[in-house]
Design a protein around this ligand. Structure first.
Ligand code: FE2
Ligand code: FE2
Length: 350
């Protein structure tokens, strides 16, 4: 398929997401190094809490990227920047204050990148908004970390300059700033901040909802270029979803969901794959293009209904919570592998 202009936008967002992930990993590594610097108990506690949030958010980011549907490499200059930052953090060239100060800038960079992805998604498509929604929580937490880092910087800065401790009141101000930040993002945080791991039903449902959004976007559009873009994403998403189900989910449920029921799901996906190939060969401005897409959407709709009713019920009755969560991570890992096979985006192919 010829890459359209909007594929370029989608790929650019994928590269940005990969860069955010690389920065998030750097942030965790830095925080682990900071803990070795002999910090006061209160500061060390705060950093330990950052690490907890940041590790959880790295997992959320990985889910967002898989959900987004395009695996990419971070931008080359981001990778180079990260290498330099690592050296500085390991070395003794920077004072503790300077290290924390650089760390705060990293958090700032993460927050800005998250906001930009959010705004860019609004320009490119509703399906992207669906995929990246959890980024809001990560952004909130990074902003909250930034506020606390400012408090830590005040303490360390005054100590480095004067050898004495700053006046009281720093943490009270930090609390006020945190309250202001949480006022901005409010409910988005309470919804997901303590969220348990996804179970397999959640993971499959997320994909089903996203592909439904894409079908709706495509059918509502009269712009052949947009139609091509939406179809390209439907093709990638359905291929990764269906292959990961066939690799991980269907073999696991066959014994309790039944041989015939499971076989039916395999057969329906084989038909869907054929339909995808047929549509791929058509021009998006051809009069039958949308009819074929509509037929595929209806067939996929029936297939999804079967999975979400009888198959989900069978999973609920036969797998423990842990087994279902484990299956979800195997499903996500399989999807990442398939997405990578479908093509990892780098700066040079945007
Ligand atoms: Fe499915
Ligand atoms: Fe399926």
């Amino acid at each position: 398929m010829v890459a359209s202009l909007d594929d370029t936008k989608r790929n650019a967002i994928a590269v940005k997401l990969a860069s955010i992930k690389a920065l998030q990993e750097l942030v965790i590594e830095n925080e682990q190094l900071l803990l070795r610097e002999g910090l006061d108990a209160e500061i060390a506690d705060r950093i330990r809490n950052f690490i907890k949030d940041d590790e959880k958010n790295l997992g959320v980011l990985e889910t967002v990227i898989t959900q987004y549907g395009i695996q990419a490499e971070p931008k080359k200059n981001v990778t180079q920047f990260i290498e330099k930052a690592k050296e500085l953090f390991k070395g003794s060239e920077l004072s503790l204050y300077e290290k924390v100060s650089q760390h705060e800038l990293l958090k700032h960079q993460l927050v800005m990148s998250g906001l930009i992805v959010h705004k860019a998604a609004q320009k490119v498509g509703a399906d992207i908004m669906v995929a990246i929604a959890p980024l809001n929580t990560i952004n909130f937490e990074n902003r909250a970390h930034q506020e606390q880092l400012k408090g830590i910087l005040e303490i360390l800065g005054v100590r480095e300059l004067t050898g004495q401790d700053a006046d009281q009141g720093i943490w009270a101000r930090v609390q006020d700033a945190l309250a202001a930040v949480s006022g901005v993002v409010g409910s988005a945080v309470t919804q997901t901040s303590d969220k348990k791991d996804l179970n397999i039903q959640d993971a499959l449902r997320l994909d089903h909802n996203k592909v439904n959004t894409l079908f709706t976007e495509l059918l509502q559009s009269n712009n052949p270029q947009k139609i091509q873009e939406y179809f390209g994403q439907i093709y990638k998403d359905l291929t990764a979803h269906a292959e990961a189900e066939e690799e991980v989910v269907y073999p696991r449920v066959r014994s309790f969901y039944g041989q015939d029921n499971t076989q039916e799901l395999y057969d329906e996906q084989a038909h869907a794959k054929q339909a995808l190939e047929e549509i791929k060969a058509l021009s998006p401005s051809s009069p039958v293009f949308k009819d074929k897409v509509k037929q595929l959407m209806d067939a996929i709709g029936d297939h999804i209904r079967q999975e979400e009713t009888t198959m989900f019920a069978a999973i609920r009755n036969n797998l423990s919570t842990e087994q279902s969560e484990q299956l979800a991570s195997e499903f996500k890992a399989a999807k990442v592998r398939i997405q990578q096979r479908l093509g990892v985006v780098t700066e040079s192919n945007i």
